[in-house]
Design a protein around this ligand. Structure first.
Ligand SMILES: [Zn+2]
Length: 370
């Protein structure tokens, strides 16, 4: 199996600023942990690949030229005028303009395009800096500026793939990707997310133009429930579509300990879900997404690369990795809530529990004919 890890140093060099939920260390920690574990090879069948930056022409395939111009102008000329702020939702607390933003967002697009091109030859491309699934055609949303998951899907379509499955495991509804492919029967979209949480779309009965299924799960979902939903609803729906390629947004915010959701999955549960989905087609792109706890994000996405590239997940981490994890900070996670295993291991303890009736109702609803 050919696998590629795609990323860029730009994610270490630029950032949202300390007062933003994404102001925490994320991709930089993943890269360093993978280096420390000897999991990033400069060449060979599972090599690290530097992400290209998408050109303006590429970005305009899915984004409105006026919006893209406003984003560029915002970074170049400073404060965003109120009318622009309102129209494109940039220069706000939610979607701030920061130095390097345009190149960073364009690099996420370039990475997801390359991920699909490489995976189209057969294999799995891993691009954890991707997953900005809320971005809309003509405005920013939910910390996202350009919709790189939609670009991964689009790239497969442009290469001639006729059935592309998009699965969104992030704690929030993959609304931007759903919107991008409304009416396109070549794409089928499945999103699991926490119910009654921002952006409050993706309700159980919402199927876009018929090509989407949404599974809004109740608070506190455990591993047993997620495994059950995967086996009884997500995988059957996916197999029915018979995909030629799969794009997965694997946000780390469904994990126990994330400050922006109450989902309580272990990272092992998410890894198992991704690997089961990756087994459905010869070509798979795996992206990151949300995730607001620097310890659970880093361990999840490091271990996910371990699983994708068929490495053994170590029981304990080497001292330099423990030191790195101990050095992380996060204003949104209280010190007393920090779990000891967040700094010493990669795999979380499994969170087993009963399967609630609501979980069975969700499966029945999404499998039912319209
Ligand atoms: Zn999210």
């Amino acid at each position: 199996m050919t696998t590629h890890f795609i990323s860029s140093e730009i994610y270490r060099a630029t950032g949202y600023g300390r007062n933003h939920p994404l102001g925490i260390a994320r991709i930089g920690t993943v890269l360093t942990l993978c280096e420390q574990l000897g999991w990033l090879e400069p060449s060979g069948p599972d090599a690290y690949v530097e992400s290209p930056t998408a050109s303006l022409d590429e970005i305009l395939k899915l984004h409105d030229p006026d919006y893209v111009a406003a984003l560029r102008a915002g970074e170049e000329h400073g404060p965003v005028p109120p009318a622009i702020r309102e129209k494109y939702r940039i220069g706000t607390m939610e979607n701030p303009i920061f130095q390097g933003l345009f190149r960073r967002a364009a690099t996420a697009v370039g990475g997801s395009v390359l991920a699909a091109k490489l995976a189209a030859e057969g294999g799995i491309s891993y691009h954890p800096s991707g997953g900005t699934h809320h971005a809309m055609r003509d405005h920013a949303s939910g910390f996202c500026y350009f919709n790189d998951p939609a670009f991964a899907v689009l790239t497969f379509l442009e290469l001639g793939f006729e059935r592309v499955l998009y699965v969104d495991l992030d704690a929030h509804h993959g609304d931007g990707v759903e919107a991008a492919f409304a009416g396109d029967e070549r794409v089928f979209l499945i999103s699991t997310h926490e119910e009654n949480r921002w952006p409050n779309t993706g309700t159980l009965d919402e199927r876009s133009t018929g090509n989407a299924r949404n599974l809004p799960v109740p608070k506190g979902i455990n591993d047993t429930e997620m495994n059950w939903l995967m086996a009884e609803a997500v995988l059957p729906l996916a197999r029915r579509f018979d995909p030629q390629a799969v794009v997965i947004t694997c946000g780390a915010d469904p994990l126990a300990g994330d400050p922006l959701s109450t989902m309580a999955l272990s990272n092992t549960c998410l890894w198992d879900a991704v690997m089961a989905l990756a087994g459905l087609a010869n070509s798979t792109v795996v992206l990151g997404g949300g995730g607001y706890n620097p310890w659970t994000v880093a361990r999840c996405w490091t271990g996910l690369w371990g699983r994708i590239s068929s490495r053994d997940i170590p029981e304990t981490l080497p001292p330099e990795s423990v030191a790195l994890l101990e050095s992380l900070e996060c204003d949104l996670v209280d010190d007393e809530d920090r779990e000891p295993h967040w700094t010493t291991t990669l795999a979380d303890p499994v969170n087993e529990g009963p399967v609630r009736d609501r979980i069975r109702e969700i499966a029945a609803a999404v499998l039912a004919d319209a």
